[in-house]
Design a binder for this molecule. Sequence first.
Ligand SMILES: [Cu+2]
Length: 305
Amino acid sequence: MPRNRHKRAWRTAGLALLSTLLLAGCSRAEIEDNLRFGWPTGITDQAEQMRLLWSWSCVAALAVGCLVWGLTFWASAFHRKKNDELPRQTAYNLPLEVVYTAFPFVAIAILFYYTIVVQNFVTDRTAKPDHSVEVTAYKWNWQFQYDDTTDTNTSEMVKTTGTTDEIPVLVLPAGSKIKFSVHSQDVVHSFWIPEFLYKLDVIPHGFNKDGTLTDPQGQGTNQFIVDIKKGTEGAYVGRCAELCGVYHAQMNFELRVVAPDKYDEYVKARESGKSNSEALKSIGEAPYATSTHPFNPQRTAHNNW
Ligand SMILES: [Cu+2]
């Protein structure tokens, strides 16, 4: 192909690319949204780190894709069969072979490295949390115990227990580090708040024949820590993510993220003996779950949980 035709083809391709970018383009929010590449929005620092890993992996995959598409386009555009003469035959290009063997290894090594870094961040349990919550799962509900609280009437820690009529609402402050210790009273459940982009198996303690725990040291307790971001106040549904029996699908709870000063007020209200709904009401929050509702056992009812 003559030189100026080459040039023209490249210019046309460049213009097409530029106008696509300009036409697709977009406000900052839209660009950011596109860079999520379909990744859901989380409310924790851990979720954000996972999102970054995903976004950069997609960018890397697109870069490789563009290279492959470019070479495909280049080969089909500029190396079409022009006559019956056989083109120059080449083989055993050692430098090229080294490059295309080494490049995938380097790409995989980089992806592997960042995956491990993010995984270690997400599963890290060494940080000192601001608050700790004991989560107990049982067929088919949840109990949340706030470790750093004392109910003045019972001298026990403040607990919120779900019932058939009332979804348990777990109240936590925005902008804080929370440690969850999850255990089960019966079968395996799974603690899942979709906005954490994380779920953790809730496993039971084993029992000896005399009813004592097989491992009182705490095997049977899984733990994880999340940093709930600032400005994430709201109601988020929580679910059981492990098929655990007949009413597994109704084993819901709600995470209510509130401002830190409201959280302190809430805890004070609970410590003074107020019920969960009374305490929520006293800080100006909806007293009951808003993201999900109790299961209606009527068979004809349209359940929409
Ligand atoms: Cu369950």
